[in-house]
Write a protein that binds this ligand. Sequence first.
Ligand SMILES: [Zn+2]
Length: 612
Amino acid sequence: MKHLSQEKVYQIVQGIDIIEVISEFVQLNKAGKEFVGLCPFHKEKTPSFTVSPAKQLFYCFGCGAGGDILSFLMKYENCSFVEAVEFLAQRQGITIAEKKGEPFEDSKRREKELLIQINELAAQYYHELLMSSSAGRAARKYLDFRQIALQTRKEFCLGYSKDSGKDLLSFLQKRDISPTWAKEAGLISTPHQGGGEGEGYDRFRGRVTFPIYSHDGKIIALGGRKIDEKAFGPKYLNSSETGVYSKSSSLYGLFQAKQFIRATGLAIVVEGYLDFLSLYQGGFKNTVATLGTALTHGQVKLLKRYTNKVIFLYDADQAGISATLRGLDIFQQQDIDVQVAMLPSGHDPDSFVRQYGPQELSKRIAQSRPAIEFLIHQSIQRSGISTVEGKVKATKEILLILSKVSDPLVRMEYVKLAAKHLNINEEMFADELQRKIQEGRRGGWRQATRAGSSSPSLKEGIDCGRLLAAADATQVAERMLMGLICRGHVSMDEVLAESINESDFQSESMREIAQVVYSLWRDRKRLVSEELILALKDEKLKGVVSGFLFEEVNYEDTKRVFQDCVAKIKSRELTRKLQSLHHEIKSRSENDSEINRLLKEYSEIKKRIIIG
Ligand SMILES: [Zn+2]
């Protein structure tokens, strides 16, 4: 287990600028003293996600998520506290000392490091073969033919794997990497016969290789394209999935392109390595390749860190179109604006740039259309609505497309457009669409996507609001007082002077926060918001405290508010005392000598409650 003291963690967090780190994941814009963006933790159209450089905290006014940079990373990357700290440590070149013993998590991490190391060795080995060996001549010729510039070959570490099929294994073995690990790294294929026995051979033999980078720049896999069209095997090939590589959550080129995607606010999505490289070297550096037809949920989430707008480049073939259709649900869930730019029939992005040049491509991109509109036009063109059959077919297809649009206002706009192009009655078309949507609901898929898209924290927020409305005045007072304490509007000395103790906070969340606040105060005789956030273990409570810190309060008389809160909280104690006195008085006989004293005490407490 890595050794992490509170001080060490604090030091690591202190060395980080929260704006810098969060803007790698969320597009942030400056708004006054703070930065705002669309919340990655709930679906929204206007930004309520706020990051404060002064506080080094984030808070979402929409869903209540909040905390420091560690809470952000844990929530966003769904990683552990230690992993989040490590991520920040690495950025600053700080190493975290390891304690003896090696629990499961650490050996896993070491395994991942080894897999990456093997991939990087292999990529480098293939790269050198491509750049300077005589064996690489055919591959160089192939890349010349595809007009991939020398600079591009270097920047993306392109390579060549010899035809023989055993080269990589022996190269790795000289570096103490066993065939088992080479296989584990996804670079070796096992012979079909013999059920995986034997050492296997280079998966990419006879191919140009394209290293696949993780979004933070590590080589996690390779892709290969054969250079002899007549050679055995598929045209394109990727590493098998490994402990560090999953096809559905990687995007080719993202590491190199991400800064350009963020700068332009737009990602161009293509399918293949060569499409990507062609565009990138043609000046379209904000491009990524999916290495497959449809974008997956994981890939969209990855893109969403850098942009909310995506353009697909397609030629007029059907495969691309149905891929767009399949991806629409995912994009809608993530609130990404999807556009489609068309290329002339028979052209892919690579061949188009080579034939017409970057300027022509810029024009095509500028003419891109919203995906739905594009799909409607495609359907009409393909079906040919001059015949009855064609019209029926197109209508059915378009109904299916529009039934996937979740925003009713947007849907109505498209109904108008579609009805006009299909030359049918708009109202009838709208009715038919409504029927289709209801059918879909009965079928269940809509409900499923609905449930998936509303975040649990949002639901909690609503429940929380309802609870608050029903809460008694003392609960409100507890919250207000805790807010005053967290923002430093009152000092702990003042609070203790009023003999408000941890136990005076009785609502569950306030009590838990109070426990941490009081113990920090006891240990350090100070209350610093960063330390408080760090010390809170529960993510929800971090959110609550961040909420206090981001709250814009302008009390005319803070001391007066403080006194009110104290009185309210104390009055609960008094009420309880009153009840027990009441009970006691009733239980005694009229001529008990104590009764007068009890009655006097009772009326005094009652007076204090009324004044409070
Ligand atoms: Zn939110």
